[in-house]
Design a protein around this ligand. Structure first.
Ligand code: ATP
Length: 425
């Protein structure tokens, strides 16, 4: 086990009182105490409108982002984002390269200043462009793990993990106690004297996690934390991180372009595209009921078959496919009205497609189409099979190894109506 058992009192074990705005600072302490609700920017006091602040408060949300935007020149990296991160959840920003994930995380951490918008953390504003509020990064009480880990090579494991406590002027004995406790937590007990460069990739990653957790932040920010690890270690770290997160009950914001990572680790996911959130929901919601073709195609594999709608009655749409011998497919459909003759696409996830050897006969099930095995890849427990449907349509499906498949074989694909989704064009 990479991450060992949880400390008995994770947050309660220390006498230190944590405040998201770093209220150990006398100026910021006023923020909490003042009836007038003041905040600080560059040492200046700025009045905070209590009505607006109250509107940002919601007991469940650790982070509330409203109308957040950031451009770099003509690139709108984040565009009017609204989202909440709830206490104890893993919230993931998922999307392709350049969609604005890291910029969002950096805005939250305080490494970038937004052009517009507000961020509240623990019910208090830490960023408000309109009110001139920007709490500095080191007072935001967020732990961060970078893609590169960014551990210091000239320091031992102990000193790396102790660093955030030293900068916070924690006493020597307490530093020792907390560093050792955190190293135990991440499974690095006994390695405290090891220099940074003499660690494996997985160990460096754990040092980075320990360093982010040692000051008991209320939010852990993870930017592509597993991308430098090999596939097996990545899988292992994923599971261990999930267990650790559940035990500590800490809120996590994860940034990744890896859909498996997002689906397996998250309580909720925001799928981003070109600076916008396309859909927010549980992993099952975004995977099973995608709100847009972008989300549908980005998450997992999908077979998309173009066609023409031939009827739509009582929750059923019938579509004549453009390829596959102009087969008709009957689909469950309760969306917006579709006109007869309208161009549509029908989509289905490959894992719910059944594959049967042989040609399509008169007795074949409804919603079945013929295909030809183009390539078979042996995976050990099954085959990955690329099937050609019509001239330019392909689907990758897994088929059992217990049946003898041969490249070039004709097969029948069964497309259950309840798993088909219809997308008007
Ligand atoms: P990746 O997965 O590749 O890290 P991302 O989704 O995290 O991508 P961002 O790094 O947030 O994307 O970048 C969003 C957009 O903003 C991109 O077009 C990027 O080139 C641009 N961008 C980000 N930071 C800067 C910067 N400091 N200066 C100029 N452009 C930037």
């Amino acid at each position: 086990m990479l991450f060992a058992s949880r400390p008995r009192h994770w947050r309660g074990g220390s006498s230190r009182k944590v405040d998201p705005t770093g209220a150990s600072d006398p100026g910021l302490a006023e923020l909490q105490l003042s009836q007038a609700r003041m905040s600080v920017r560059n040492g200046e006091r700025i009045s905070v409108d209590t009505t607006e602040e109250a509107a940002l408060e919601q007991p469940e949300a650790v982070v509330q982002i409203r109308g957040l935007s950031k451009s770099f020149g003509s690139v709108r990296a984040v565009s009017g984002m609204d989202l909440d991160i709830r206490a104890g959840e893993v919230f993931t920003l998922l999307g392709p390269s350049g969609c604005g994930k890291t910029t969002t995380l950096r805005l939250l951490a305080g490494f970038e200043e937004p052009d517009e918008g507000e961020i509240a953390f623990g019910g208090r504003p830490i960023v408000s462009v309109s009110r001139g509020i920007s709490v500095p990064p080191h007072r935001r009480d967020m732990g961060m793990v970078f893609q590169s880990y960014a551990i210091w090579p000239h320091m031992s494991v102990f000193d790396n993990v102790a660093y955030p406590l030293k900068t916070r002027r924690v006493g020597r004995d307490e530093i020792r106690e907390r560093v050792l406790r955190t190293l135990k937590l991440v499974g690095l007990e006994g390695l405290e004297d090891r220099p940074g460069p003499l660690l494996s990739g997985g160990q460096q990653q754990r040092v980075a996690v320990a360093r982010a957790l040692v000051y008991e932040p209320r939010l852990l920010l993870l930017d592509e934390p597993f991308s430098n690890l090999d596939a097996r270690l990545r899988e292992q770290m994923r599971v261990e991180l999930k267990i650790l997160q559940r035990e500590l009950n800490i809120a996590v914001l994860l940034v990744t372009h890896d859909q498996v990572e997002a689906l397996s680790l998250s309580d909720r996911i925001a799928v981003m595209n070109a600076g916008n959130v396309e859909q927010m929901g549980t992993p099952d919601e975004v995977y099973s009921t995608p709100a847009s073709p972008f989300v549908r195609d980005f998450l997992g594999r999908v077979l998309v078959l173009p066609g023409i709608a031939t009827s739509q009655v009582d929750g059923t749409a019938t579509v004549t496919l453009a390829a596959a011998g102009h087969q008709q497919l009957v689909c469950d459909y309760n969306g917006a009205a579709i006109a007869t003759g309208q161009s549509v696409s029908v989509a289905i996830r490959p894992e719910v497609v059944s594959v049967t050897a042989g040609a399509k006969g008169a007795t074949s099930q409804m919603n079945s189409i013929e295909g030809r095995i183009e390539a078979l890849l042996f995976l050990g427990d099954s085959y990955e099979c690329r099937i050609e449907i019509g001239e330019e349509q392909h689907v990758l499906v897994q088929v059992p190894r217990t049946i003898k498949w041969t490249e070039g074989d004709t097969v029948v694909l069964g497309l259950p109506r309840e798993h088909l989704t219809v997308w008007p064009q």
